[in-house]
Every structure is written in structure tokens, then in C-alpha cells.
Ligand binder design. Structure first.
Ligand code: OOG
Ligand code: MG
Length: 262
């Protein structure tokens, strides 16, 4: 038996308010240990609906926890799906106001934009490559609404995978001829290297994360539309940032992305 609609709504409101007030809360499963996987995604969907009702546009999809580095850091063992909002989009080289966030962390990610919609089940890397218009280097700024980033998978799914802001930059590249699994990624914080990875860190191939998202979306009766921005998940551990920090991420073949915090 799942949670009733009133409870799902109440929990979505709790998360929404935590984000708006940038005040951390305890993970939802502390109060609702009986929460199911469907409940978790239903809360995320109710959160999305609350934002849309206020005029927020949904501009893309995100995969979370797709690399061993991320799973180990957060103590979980399965990837997840979430959404990206219009207000989350920050220009390359832009500034993020940390006073609007709780405890931001930065992730290095490869982003895809599709020419054709993708619909699972059965979506695979080949279908993703055939449907891809171009890829972009990206940074995601996550900000769990849970105290000290402590959560379990159901709680983090409800919280839209800690999504907060994202930056895309560098060069939009066609995928043909690019060796994505061997693409090198170097993240620098204040001029020092803090993390490195290759594209293969993300489920063996970043396009696998897109296929996974199409298959997960299908199980909820949804598809990934053409033109949506798709974040494939952090390739390295997420790096904590505070006011005064500068992050620059270099991607082989794709150029770099940078963002400053104040
Ligand atoms: C969950 C969000 C994870 C990623 O790229 O793995 C995520 C978290 O670690 O707070 O966005
Ligand atoms: Mg991410």
C-alpha cells in the first residue's frame, strides 16, 4: 500500500518549502519508512507540478548516481531520474549566489540534446547515439534539501535528486567520431585539480545513462522529448563549494565550463 495523495502532496510541499527557504530538513523516510519507490517518484512528480503551477518550465531530464564515485560518496547503489528547471540554468562563466542554497556541491557531467524523442522500454546506446543532436560539457550544482546530504534512495528521488543549478558551456559537438568512454575530464577548484575521470565512469558510456533515463521514463508513461537537455550524472565525486570559490571543468574534445560562487 502506497502513501495517500494528501500525504504525497504534503511531502512535495515540505521539499518545495525547504528549497525556497534554503533550510535543510530530515529525510522523508524518517517519518514515512513505508514509502515505496512509486511514492518517491510520485512525490517528485507532485513537486514538479507545484513548480509548473507557479510558471516554472521544465527544460530537461537528469540522471543521478550513475558513477561508482557518486554511489560510493552517497552510500547508495542505484541510479535515479529527475528533472531540470528553467531557473536552474546558469550561463557559462556565470555567478551563483550561495545565499539561495543550503550546501552546494559541483559535479562534472556530459549533457546530451536529442534530435528525436526517445521512448523506452528497450532503449539502448545505439538508439541514443542515433537520436543525439549534439553533446555539451556541463556542470551540475546539487543542493540536497536534506541535512548534511544524508539520505536514502527513496528520499533523494523525492527531492528531485538534489537538483539545483546547471551550467552548460564549451563547444556543442556532434557525437560522430568522438570516443566518449575515453574522454578525459578534469575539475579544478580555485586553480587546483580536485577530481578527474573518464567518460566511462558514467555507466561505462554516458549514452547508457540517456538510455536508462528513457527506459525509466517509459515505466512512468513518459518519453524524453527532442530538444530537452539531458544531464548524464556526475563522473567524479561531487565537490563542496562556498562563496568565493571558482570551479573550472575541462573536457577533452569539448572545451571547458566555469562558474563562480559568491
Ligand atoms: C544526488 C544527486 C546525484 C549525480 O549527478 O549523480 C546527481 C546527490 O548526490 O545528492 O546529480
Ligand atoms: Mg548530477
Amino acid at each position: 500500500m502506497g502513501l495517500d495523495t494528501t500525504t504525497l502532496e504534503k511531502l512535495a510541499e515540505r521539499l518545495d518549502r525547504a528549497e525556497e527557504r534554503h533550510e535543510a530538513i530530515e529525510k522523508l523516510t524518517d517519518d514515512y519508512p513505508e514509502m515505496s519507490w512509486d511514492d518517491a517518484y510520485d512525490i517528485q512528480r507532485a513537486l514538479r507540478a507545484r513548480k509548473e503551477a507557479r510558471g516554472t518550465r521544465i527544460v530537461g531530464v537528469k540522471a543521478g548516481l550513475t558513477s561508482d564515485a557518486k554511489m560510493r560518496q552517497m552510500g547508495v547503489n542505484e541510479p535515479t531520474m529527475g528533472f531540470l528547471t528553467d531557473y536552474g540554468s546558469i550561463p557559462d562563466g556565470g555567478v551563483i549566489d550561495t545565499s539561495c542554497l543550503i550546501h552546494p556541491r559541483v559535479e562534472a557531467e556530459i549533457a546530451f540534446v536529442l534530435r528525436h524523442a526517445l521512448r523506452g522500454p528497450g532503449c539502448h546506446v545505439g538508439a541514443v547515439l542515433a537520436a543525439t543532436d549534439f553533446i555539451l560539457p556541463a556542470a551540475e550544482i546539487i543542493d540536497s534539501r536534506y541535512r548534511a546530504f544524508r539520505f536514502d534512495l527513496k528520499s533523494v528521488i523525492a527531492d528531485n535528486n538534489s537538483a539545483a543549478r546547471f551550467v552548460t558551456g564549451g563547444a556543442a559537438r556532434k557525437i560522430t567520431g568522438l570516443d566518449l568512454p575515453n574522454l578525459g575530464i578534469v575539475m579544478e577548484k580555485n586553480g587546483e585539480i580536485v577530481a578527474t575521470a573518464a567518460g566511462s565512469a558514467v555507466l561505462g558510456h554516458p549514452a547508457s545513462a540517456v538510455a536508462m533515463l528513457a527506459n525509466m521514463a517509459a515505466s512512468r508513461g513518459e518519453e524524453i522529448p527532442a530538444g530537452a537537455l539531458i544531464m548524464t550524472g556526475g563522473a567524479t565525486e561531487a565537490v563542496s563549494v562556498a562563496a568565493g570559490d571558482h570551479i573550472n571543468i575541462k573536457f577533452q574534445y569539448l572545451g571547458s565550463v566555469s562558474v563562480r560562487f559568491e
